[in-house]
Design a protein around this ligand. Sequence first.
Ligand code: ADP
Ligand code: SR1
Ligand code: MG
Length: 410
Amino acid sequence: MEYKQLDKITVIDYLKNITKVMDFFATDKIEAEEIGDGNLNFVYIVKSQEDPSKVLIVKQAVPYLRCVGEEFPLSRERMTYEIRALKKFYSIFPRFIPNIYHDSEDMSLVVMEFLDNHLIMRKGLMESVKYTSFSEHISTYMSAMLFYTSSLALSSSEKRELIDKFNGNTELCKLTEDLVFSFAFMEHETNDNENVKDNPLADKLFTDTEFKEKVLGLKYKFMAQSDALLHGDLHTGSIMINEDETYVIDPEFAFVGPFGFDIGALLANLVNNYIYHSIVTKDEEFREWLLKTIKEVLDKFGEKFLKFWSEHKNSALLVDDYLDDKTLENYKKKFVKNILRDSVGFAGCKMARRVFGVAGVEEIRGIKDTTLRYEAESLALRIARKFVIKYENIDSVNEIIEIIKAESAR
Ligand code: ADP
Ligand code: SR1
Ligand code: MG
């Protein structure tokens, strides 16, 4: 089928020809509404007029960047990679991924389960909602997805096939290379230049050669290291959650990249939320819960990743009986420590890019009071800097927590 950008009327006509969707709605009349709040795509909620419990989501990529407009072309093929990633992740751990009813690479469109009792996690966290199952869920999600798509689980040919399947997501990888690792740390037209103007924080960041050199090293890892299939944009706006369930949505930035990148994105976003509660709500109890959660997520990630590894024998990397047990155990522990270290480095880049870069986060850029916002930006940049400068020497999760606490206490 030839690509056509849909709207809330034509999306219904399109769905009428999709058997699985029509089986879902049966003979009900259906209506659609556009609810997208992301930077890139259009998202429709499609409802039965007779039975409000029957709802599906349609997401379509358009050939430009939604948050800027048609003058910023961006190929809609990103949806091809979102569809492939949703299917791959679903095949590994279905409970964390919305069920797909229909997908079309030609139409750059996916029809999926509506997560009706779930909230975008960022919104919940800003309201101080404690999601007590989150660390358990997300550590399982990250360890399983990273382990089972890596050379620690796959054979050499399977791994190369996986790389091939996602290698064409070039435009979104380039977007990350530019926005996360470059433009936000220099004078650039895409930045939030109203805020950059006469701002001592921006002057300091843009001339911080020690920081920027380390960022270059992390950018190189992002471009060159093909460890595992990543979500690619695992911030708290890509997580839909309630007390009992956690879903990861929106993997359009998926590609085979460094282990630490998704973990770093999540860490950065949890720390940004901590900053919001330090500066704006001053909710001491919630800040403590966030630190506890960060520690649990990172500790459990390491434990579960090692558990998956202990259950899995032959792979591209390890052939049975190649090493004695003790040497192998030490090797695995060092391996996981290196993932943790890279996560901290990537988290620093991800935090710092949200200060002056094109896409801010609500916790920081959304602060209305300019004095408080400046304080939040300053704290974000201090923590980000420590993360980036120190990441190669981090030995434990406690050291990460100490950096966050120490900078917040200054
Ligand atoms: P974008 O790629 O443009 O960032 P997202 O995939 O993040 O789009 O979706 C935008 C918004 O649509 C989400 O923030 C969420 O509110 C809503 N949404 C997306 N998928 C679902 C779903 N399966 N169930 C319920 N709401 C969803
Ligand atoms: C212009 S796109 C900006 C950002 O939105 C996405 O969610 C990614 O984080 C990307 O960098
Ligand atoms: Mg998105």
